[in-house]
Design a protein around this ligand. Structure first.
Ligand code: DC
Length: 229
């Protein structure tokens, strides 16, 4: 699937700062953005709305193949997700939305159904792709690959602050348990497990502020001539 379009991949577990870095980077470069996690979240949402069990692989894969989905960029940090013309961002970004996404993401037929759809996001002038298997499976020829990580405790803390800010009532210990079990499910599944690509640059952001992570990413990209001068 060699393509001339420049793709930068940002993979890693949830809460490692991928979303923030991907948004900022796409804005800085003026490139397109693929939030691949949103595709899995919308698939789980649409399957539940259709009354399906989330482990009904053929039926959920069919839902994934025919998703009526649109991303609308609101600002440099936020994208609205429309399903059948309705905004479902709030619902799919909930903890339950994340659990559903992780369940359908473990189904091989669902991953196959979403593969081409993800590759279609690679358009001029370039793409920043955020996910778990962007560098390993979806865009193996990416010009630069990053794997962002942070300890589960730090990621739970970040998620806790985000949810409190949104006015949701949450329990830190329960969040940590949820993150650990989702990490396990994402890392141990047979297809496209969460692992860094062999040629990925791994950045641990546990004790590193997001601005510094962004700086590090930009330095690595500059070594590869991105952005072109
Ligand atoms: O990045 P996120 O939290 O929105 O992802 C939601 C779930 O989807 C997460 O449990 C892992 C899964 N996912 C995946 O398996 N592959 C991707 N490329 C992106 C997300």
């Amino acid at each position: 699937m060699k393509s001339d379009i420049h793709v930068v991949t940002i993979d890693g577990p949830g809460g490692a700062g991928k979303g923030t870095i991907s948004h900022r980077l796409a804005g800085f470069l003026g490139w397109h953005l693929l939030d691949s996690g949103a595709l899995y979240r919308v698939t789980a949402y649409a399957a539940s709305a259709a009354g399906l069990e989330l482990d009904d692989e053929p039926a959920v894969a069919e839902v994934a193949r025919s998703l009526d989905l649109k991303f609308v960029r609101l600002d440099s940090e936020e994208v609205d997700v429309l399903y059948q013309g309705q905004s479902i961002s709030r619902s799919i970004r909930s903890e339950a939305g994340g659990r559903g996404a992780s369940t359908v993401a473990a189904l091989p037929a669902v991953r196959v159904a979403l593969l081409e759809r993800q590759r279609e996001f690679a358009r001029e002038p370039g793409l920043v792709a955020d996910g778990r298997d962007m560098g390993t499976v979806v865009f193996p020829d990416a010009v630069a690959k990053f794997f962002l990580t942070a300890s589960a405790e730090e990621r739970a803390e970040r998620r806790y602050k985000q949810l409190i800010q949104k006015g949701e009532s949450v329990n830190l210990a329960a969040l940590l348990r949820d993150i650990q079990s989702r990490d396990r499910r994402d890392s141990e599944r047979a297809v496209s497990p969460l692992v860094p690509a062999e040629d990925a640059i791994v950045i641990d952001s546990t004790a590193t502020p997001i601005a510094e992570v962004m700086q590090r990413v930009l330095v690595e990209l500059a070594k590869k001539g991105i952005p072109a001068t």
